[in-house]
Design a protein around this ligand. Structure first.
Ligand code: GDP
Ligand code: MG
Length: 332
């Protein structure tokens, strides 16, 4: 059953304009062996969750600054996780904004979007729950239950302080502390910036010691490729059953940008031949759906035309073979 991932019969060119970059967060510039000689460095994933419209994207934007604003979608339109980086001399914060948690999913897509939010629990070093005055939670809310079981630092941010009544905010602060005794609860206003600088300081202090996950100098190129990957991964997540999204990796092979258009070639690595067939689907229809949806988001994201090519390859156990990744032009 072993197939050479690079043999022609193992790659399907789908004549749809669509694309992506690296798969798992952190693979871009990750070094697993921390170099003990250099100065200490701190880095981590700070994942932001909360209901739609509470101000998650506004907060991410405020934390990350100008640079992210260009890629911040309009309110309520966040459909995938968005990463934003804050780099300092000895630290790197990787913020991850998520789609809002949908309380009562009405259809499968929403269930899957919630699933995606849940996946943000898996890779977080620090978790931020954004909430606003007036929100109500059922006592058995599954997200709260999950947050309660977290072992990483948790912060509850009561946002929109500028709109809240001080007494109400104080009461809320207390309620959240009762809900999560281990958490740090803060009152902020992402929109006006109230409490944001102090929050950033605090977050910096919570980062674990780790080498940077992303190249700290190349702000323009690497993150763009990375966003491409994330968007394609999201579409895979939304279009296939659970096993598939967690079994594939996505890498951008080439990313060429001109004034008018961005051309991206993306590789989707499947772990097994059977998964490849599922990914492609009958007459390529499944992959085509992924490609079309991804291209739409990419065009909105980059604000220009995007030509996206998707290739599916089989690479058994490829995730464990860093050397394979590089040989595929996965310049991690
Ligand atoms: P998300 O769905 O959680 O990402 O929420 P958004 O960041 O898109 O914000 C939803 C709405 O809340 C927007 O209209 C924001 O301007 C508004 N908003 C966010 N933060 C604040 C805040 O601190 N105060 C006020 N008054 N509005 C805010
Ligand atoms: Mg949002």
């Amino acid at each position: 059953m072993e197939q050479d991932a690079l043999s022609p019969e193992n790659q399907e060119e789908i004549p749809v304009t669509e694309a992506s970059d690296d798969g798992q967060h952190g693979s871009a510039a990750q070094t697993d062996d921390a170099d003990q000689q250099g100065p200490r460095h701190f880095a981590g994933f700070i994942n932001i969750i909360g209901r739609p419209n509470v101000g998650k994207s506004t907060l991410t934007n405020a934390l990350v600054g100008e640079r992210l604003s260009v890629i911040t979608p309009k309110a309520q339109t966040t459909r995938h996780r968005i990463f934003g980086l804050v780099n300092g001399e000895d630290y790197q914060m990787v913020f991850s904004d998520t789609p809002g948690i949908i309380q009562e999913p009405m259809y499968k897509l929403q269930v899957q979007m919630n699933e995606y939010v849940r996946s943000s629990f898996l890779d977080a070093d620090v978790m931020l729950l954004v909430t606003e005055p007036g929100e109500t939670f059922a006592p058995d809310d599954p997200t709260l239950a999950r947050l309660g079981r977290l072992e990483i630092p948790l912060m509850v941010l009561i946002n929109k302080a500028d709109k809240g009544d001080p007494e109400q905010l104080k009461a809320l602060h207390h309620q959240w502390l009762v809900q999560f005794p281990r958490a740090e609860v803060r009152i902020i206003a992402a929109k006006t910036g109230e409490g944001v600088a102090a929050l950033k300081e605090k977050l910096r202090s919570l980062l674990p010691e780790h080498p940077p996950y992303f190249d700290k100098d190349t702000w323009t190129d690497r993150p763009e490729r990375f966003f491409v990957t994330e968007i394609v991964r999201e579409k895979i997540l939304l279009n296939y059953k659970q096993e598939i999204p967690y079994s594939v990796e996505v890498a951008v092979e080439t990313f060429q940008e001109t004034e008018a258009i961005i051309r991206v070639r993306t590789l989707i690595f499947a772990n097994r031949q059977s998964q490849k067939a599922i990914l492609i689907g009958r007459e390529g229809q499944a992959l085509k759906r992924v490609g079309m949806a991804a291209r739409q988001d990419l065009e909105a994201f980059f604000g220009k035309q995007v030509h996206l090519e998707l290739f599916v390859k089989v690479r058994e156990g490829w995730r464990d073979k860093e050397s394979d990744l590089r040989s595929f032009g996965y310049d991690g």
